[in-house]
Design a protein around this ligand. Structure first.
Ligand code: ZN
Length: 177
């Protein structure tokens, strides 16, 4: 689950800094270093920006291939239990060379690849993309039977809408496969 607790932020102004802003975690606190000349508005804006950037970085570190496999196992036992044999992938990993698709699978060798572009998205979106690929190990085509399996995930429709929204906003044509 994503961290929802708001960190304690300590802003340090430095006369030596002109434009650069940096942030790091120090135990429970986040220290944000900003130029002394920044206005209050700039401070507020940059603190929010740096917190978001830090959270994204921490999510990336947390979401490893091992974590992805654990996630796949949980999804299988929850939504595809009777197909556990067929749905269990030989490997599942994050890839950076897949720019046109959120996820892909090769049924013949039962490997699944998930695009790093969704690595910072909410858990329920990653779960949808992963479950979609796991279901393809059971039913390779986008047939009615396939969508029945995917539809077992309660937030499937919402996740598809979320991904379509990202595609529209970024101009990226990322299709499901
Ligand atoms: Zn598909």
């Amino acid at each position: 689950m994503a961290r929802t607790r708001k960190p304690v932020v300590e802003v340090r102004r430095s006369q030596r800094r002109r434009r650069t802003v940096s942030a790091y975690r120090d135990g429970e606190r986040v220290v944000v270093l900003i130029p002394d000349q920044f206005s209050r508005d700039e401070e507020t804006e940059w603190v929010a920006r740096m917190l978001a950037r830090l959270a994204a970085r921490e999510e990336r570190i947390r979401r490893t291939d091992d974590e992805l496999l654990g996630r796949a196992r949980r999804l299988i036992s929850r939504y595809l239990a009777e197909y556990a044999g067929a749905a269990t992938p030989a490997s599942v990993r994050w890839v950076t060379n897949q720019t046109g698709r959120w996820g892909s699978c090769t049924p013949t060798d039962r490997t699944i690849r998930i695009s790093h572009r969704i690595q910072e998205m909410p858990d329920w979106v990653i779960d949808y993309v992963l479950l979609h690929e796991l279901a393809h190990l059971v039913v390779p085509s986008h047939s009615a039977r396939f969508w029945d399996l995917v539809g077992r995930y309660p937030r499937a429709e919402r996740a598809r809408g979320y991904l379509e929204g990202i595609s529209a906003a970024t101009g990226l044509v990322l299709a499901e496969d």
